[in-house]
Design a protein around this ligand. Structure first.
Ligand SMILES: [Zn+2]
Length: 157
């Protein structure tokens, strides 16, 4: 009887993470789902498909009422192109709404996206900012983002 109970507990513990991601947003910070649909269409810098470019999640912060001062700071830094300041934001909560900044890199510069990633699955994500950046800015950002964090763009679409 006891081994059966232990087994049951083990099964419950093992399935908890998958239950969590099923009811909330995906627990990984990969964020592919949020940025992906914004990559449809041409790159404002070179005219190629944005999907062909590499991209990386650059910064995140929790978009809650309690975190409002930080959230405003997040936007301020994004609008000011203060990439070093923005990079210092990395708080992210699977159980809350989050604001995410992505960088798409291009040979002629890049594009920064700031998206709202809602906790509730039936809420859709929202684009808050989409701005072109210069090749120099991309270089500065590349120095801050580990090479393994870039998702390689696909040219087979
Ligand atoms: Zn491009």
């Amino acid at each position: 009887m006891i081994p059966l109970l232990v087994l049951l507990v083990l099964v419950i513990v093992a399935t908890l993470p998958s239950l969590f991601s099923r009811f909330g947003k995906p627990a990984s910070v990969g964020g592919k789902e949020t940025i992906w649909r914004y990559l449809a269409g041409p790159c404002p810098q070179c005219g190629c498909s944005l999907e062909e470019h590499d991209w990386a999640m650059f910064a995140t912060t929790v978009a809650s009422e309690a975190n409002k001062p930080r959230l405003e700071e997040f936007f301020k830094k994004a609008k000011a192109h203060d990439w070093r300041g923005l990079k210092s934001f990395s708080d992210w909560e699977a159980t809350q709404n989050d604001m995410e900044a992505y960088v798409v890199r291009c040979s002629s510069g890049g594009v920064v996206f700031v998206l709202w990633n809602p906790y509730e699955l039936y809420d859709s994500d929202e684009l808050y900012m989409r701005e072109g950046i210069s090749p120099d800015e991309v270089l500065a950002i590349e120095a801050m983002v580990p090479s393994t964090s870039w998702r390689i763009g696909s040219s087979i679409k």
